[in-house]
Design a binder for this molecule. Structure first.
Ligand code: FEC
Length: 319
């Protein structure tokens, strides 16, 4: 038996290699294999971002190691971090299994995504809790940390930096015609519209983070928009970032900063959907665009995670 508290750090997961994309996509689609066209389309997006490598894997590894270091500083010898991925190995259940093999009996789970939806963080925590119960581990779950002061500070710094960069880009691209007006678009992964009927906090939490960051950065001209909607028949939350950019152009804006606050890492949904797709779209409609840098292993983000873990640890066995 171990006296350490296990910390299950969960993330979306990404394929191990190009050969693994089909299995990964099939897992996302709950066991339904994609059509050959869908598979080619997804492989094409991975090829386009960095020639078929998968930055999310290395970023998650680094985030888990950095959180371990931060917890070690706060409470030497008290916590042991384990990784669990939603759609790739090591799966969430594998992470819990490893804890059990190391004799862990008390644990915390946390997701590398700040906002709670029953369809996102809720489903990670459900899988973690079920496996923990099966193996006799008492587990307390972190649901969200979207207003943690250190998270807001880290995001605010990124918005301020990117606004300076956007002003330079716009002056360079537009010269005299740039009037200095820039819209900040906070964005997050869309979900099916049906979450609204479930009284899901996702949308509210995203707006709260956006408002807090805008206020701290002194930004008054901002709005929230969705991105990366799934390719299914049901309606997804909108407007999508591309529609929003088009509307802004029609309203006379010629510069926009996209701040994808729903994500914490460089990965496909940022490197393709924003850096390639949205960038090409803004170039086509004659608009300047930049996006904020991702948090990755930012020290303030690690402090946010560590504080949330310590708070959840104090509740183990009480839920
Ligand atoms: O870089 C990478 O390899 C992985 C990037 C990636 C992240 C991510 C985050 C979220 N997703 C969320 C919800 C959904 C729902 C569906 C869905 C589908 C996909 C597909 C790919 C994909 N997601 Fe994702 N998501 C990432 C990648 N996602 C690839 C499949 C092809 C496509 O639609 O583009 C629809 C599932 C279905 O078909 O039923 C729903 C949410 C997040 C943010 C929170 C989190 O990180 O968990 C929510 C990163």
């Amino acid at each position: 038996m171990s006296n350490k508290i296990g910390v299950l750090v969960m993330s979306y997961g990404t394929p191990q290699s190009m050969d693994d994309v089909e299995a990964y996509y099939t897992h996302i689609r709950r066991g339904h294999a994609p059509t050959p066209e869908q598979l080619e389309e997804l492989r094409g997006r991975y090829e386009a971002i960095v020639g078929g490598v998968f930055p999310l894997r290395e970023n998650t590894d680094r985030q888990v190691a950095s959180l371990q270091d931060k917890l070690e500083q706060l409470a030497p010898g008290r916590y042991a971090c384990y990784q669990g991925l939603k759609h790739a190995q090591p799966y969430i259940e594998d992470g819990v299994q490893r804890m059990a093999e190391d004799g862990i009996t008390e644990a915390v789970s946390i997701v590398l995504a700040p906002h709670y939806s029953i369809m996102s963080v809720g489903s990670y925590n459900k899988r973690a809790k079920e496996k923990a119960a099966e193996l006799g581990i008492a587990m307390s779950c972190v649901d969200s940390y979207h207003l943690h002061p250190k998270l807001i500070e880290a995001l605010t710094d990124r918005v301020k930096d990117a606004l300076r960069k956007l002003a330079d880009t716009a002056k360079h691209e537009r010269g005299e015609s740039f009037d200095g007006r820039m819209k900040v678009l906070f964005s997050a992964h869309s979900l099916p519209e049906k979450i609204r009927e479930m009284n899901d906090p996702y949308e509210r939490q995203l707006l709260e983070t956006s408002a807090a960051v805008a206020e701290a950065a002194g930004v008054t001209d901002w709005q929230f928009t969705w991105q990366s909607a799934g390719r299914t028949r049901e309606p997804w939350l909108g407007p999508d970032v591309l529609d929003t950019l088009r509307t802004l152009r029609e309203e006379g804006y010629d510069a926009a900063l996209v701040a994808p606050i729903g994500f914490v890492s460089d990965h496909l949904e940022v490197l393709y959907d924003l850096d390639i797709e949205a960038k090409a779209f803004t170039a086509e409609i004659g608009m300047s665009m930049e996006r904020t840098a991702m948090l990755n292993s930012d020290p303030f983000y690690m402090e946010t995670l560590a504080d949330s873990v310590v708070e959840a640890a104090s509740k183990i066995g009480t839920e």
